[in-house]
Design a binder for this molecule. Structure first.
Ligand code: HEC
Length: 212
């Protein structure tokens, strides 16, 4: 089985798929095939991946014709948004900071609140109060600002936030305690997170040819 599943970021962004449909694909090293969440009623096919990439880029199917998935999930920003809140087709701010869509194939929970049980549900429509799911740390250094509200600008800010024990509020987890890290330890944590930056084939981020 190993090596037959595809790494997909949300609606699938693999390079060369439209032209190399028949080519067997391998997961990049380190990714476990058995961790991929592929519903029995929606198997991954090269045709779906190619179509998904077009839809991801095509602004024409938004109500105003001005916004596509790529407007908020930006390839040049770790597939998230540099703005604390994105702007939707009507110019309104998104309710939460736009998360990355990298490696979504490997999670059974979508959305900050984990309310969408599948990517299928997620694409069709973008839980415990105050509780947010733990997002992937892959490529985290590429995509500030951080948190569900984009409130922490840099990874140093994020580590300082945890070091303080978060912000007191009625929903703060009892596991959140001030950590008492020293400057070196805080810096080491940030360096570690930078080491989680990977390489995505540039072809994945290249805009597709859209039908006229
Ligand atoms: C206007 C900005 C915007 C657009 C356009 C947009 N998204 Fe999102 N996306 C978001 C925000 C904000 C969230 C987080 C929502 C939440 O948790 O409440 C999100 C969440 C997601 C998630 C879940 C990620 C996770 O880690 O839980 C996926 C997958 C996703 N979007 C894919 C898409 C796809 C596919 C499209 C195009 C059909 C799209 N998005 C269009 C802003 C956007």
């Amino acid at each position: 089985m190993r090596g037959r599943v595809v790494l997909v970021a949300a609606l699938a962004l693999l390079p060369g798929w439209s032209t190399a449909a028949e080519r067997a694909l391998t997961l990049p090293a380190g990714l476990q095939e058995d961790a991929a969440q592929i519903p029995d009623d929606n198997p991954i096919t090269p045709a779906k991946i190619a179509l998904g990439k077009k839809l991801f880029w095509d602004k024409r199917w938004s109500a105003s014709g001005t916004v596509a998935c790529v407007s908020c999930h930006r390839p040049d920003h770790g597939w998230s948004d540099s703005r604390p809140y994105s702007t939707d087709f009507a110019g309104r701010p998104s309710p939460r900071h736009t998360p990355t869509i990298i490696n979504r194939l490997f999670s059974d929970q979508q959305h900050w609140s984990g309310v969408r049980p599948s990517l299928e549900d997620q694409a069709a429509m973008d839980a415990d109060r105050g509780a947010f799911k733990t997002p992937t740390l892959r490529d985290v250094a590429l995509r500030g600002p951080y948190m569900h509200d984009g409130s922490e600008k840099t990874l140093d800010d994020v580590v300082a936030y945890y070091d303080r024990g978060g912000v007191k509020n009625s929903w703060l987890s009892t596991d959140m305690k001030p950590l008492g890290l020293n400057a070196q330890e805080r810096a080491d944590l940030v360096e570690f997170m930078k080491a989680l930056t990977g390489r995505i084939d540039p072809a994945v981020s290249r805009p597709p040819d859209l039908p006229k």
